[in-house]
Design a binder for this molecule. Structure first.
Ligand SMILES: N[C@@H](CCC(=O)N[C@@H](CS)C(=O)NCC(=O)O)C(=O)O
Length: 214
């Protein structure tokens, strides 16, 4: 099987990189330089017309969206135990992916680029403030979910990687998460995993290559 992950630094493509690594999958990575707008190249738009990473190409077929990519990884590498085995719990895991993608990520995007949702002059500050409030509300919910637990379920599963990226991105964007002790503990636990160390080292090397090329 030929697996290619389209990845860009700082993005939520970190999550499938982590879970493919946790699965022991043999995959290659194609980097996309978002600063150079490579996601709008005709070649990439054929892979994902929504011009977003991650995208996964499996034997020539493209799959986008974290909500779909993670179950594919888990189903393809069942020995890695990347989703809960109980069907209800498995759906709860997919529910967390959907929440990360639809309930958290869009508010990170607003903090990153407020003008994308409101171009009224002077509105930036209030967009960031409101988006930060929603992020805090969501992190408070996650903090309760992670109370007394190492991971969202009884072992590492794919939503842990997705949520880790959300918290990491929040930090990069200056959104304070220090008041959410369980979220922070989960973040540190995740950061210590070899799969996360691997993607963070890879990200640094990609950023260095991008800097050299510019
Ligand atoms: N719902 C998608 C979101 C993907 C997404 O928003 N990716 C961002 C980076 S985190 C992207 O590629 N942005 C480039 C663009 O919008 O042009 C998922 O969860 O896979």
């Amino acid at each position: 099987m030929n697996i290619v992950l389209y990845y860009a630094p700082h993005t939520c493509a970190l999550a499938p990189y982590v879970t493919l690594t946790e699965a022991g999958a043999d995959f290659t990575v194609q980097t996309v330089n978002l600063r150079k707008k490579q996601q709008f190249s005709p070649e990439y738009l054929k892979i994902n017309p929504k011009h977003k990473v991650p995208a996964l190409i499996v034997d020539g077929r493209a799959l986008s969206e974290n909500v779909a990519i993670h179950p594919w990884v888990a189903r393809t590498f069942p020995k890695a135990n990347l989703l809960p085995s109980d069907p209800w719990e498995e759906l709860k895991a997919l529910s967390i992916h959907s929440w990360c993608s639809g309930g958290i990520h869009p508010f990170l995007a607003r903090v990153n680029n407020p003008a994308k949702v409101c171009t009224t002059p002077g509105s930036e500050e209030s967009v960031v403030k409101e988006a930060t409030a929603v992020l805090h509300e969501n992190f408070a919910v996650a903090d309760d979910m992670l109370k007394g637990r190492e991971f969202f379920f009884d072992h590492f599963t794919t939503p842990d990687a997705h949520f880790f990226w959300c918290v990491r991105r929040a930090g990069e964007l200056g959104v304070d998460t220090s008041q959410f002790a369980n979220v922070r503990a989960h973040f540190e636990r995740m950061r210590a995993r070899p799969s996360v160390k691997k993607v963070e080292a890879f990200e640094a090397s990609v950023l260095a290559d991008f800097a050299k090329a510019s």
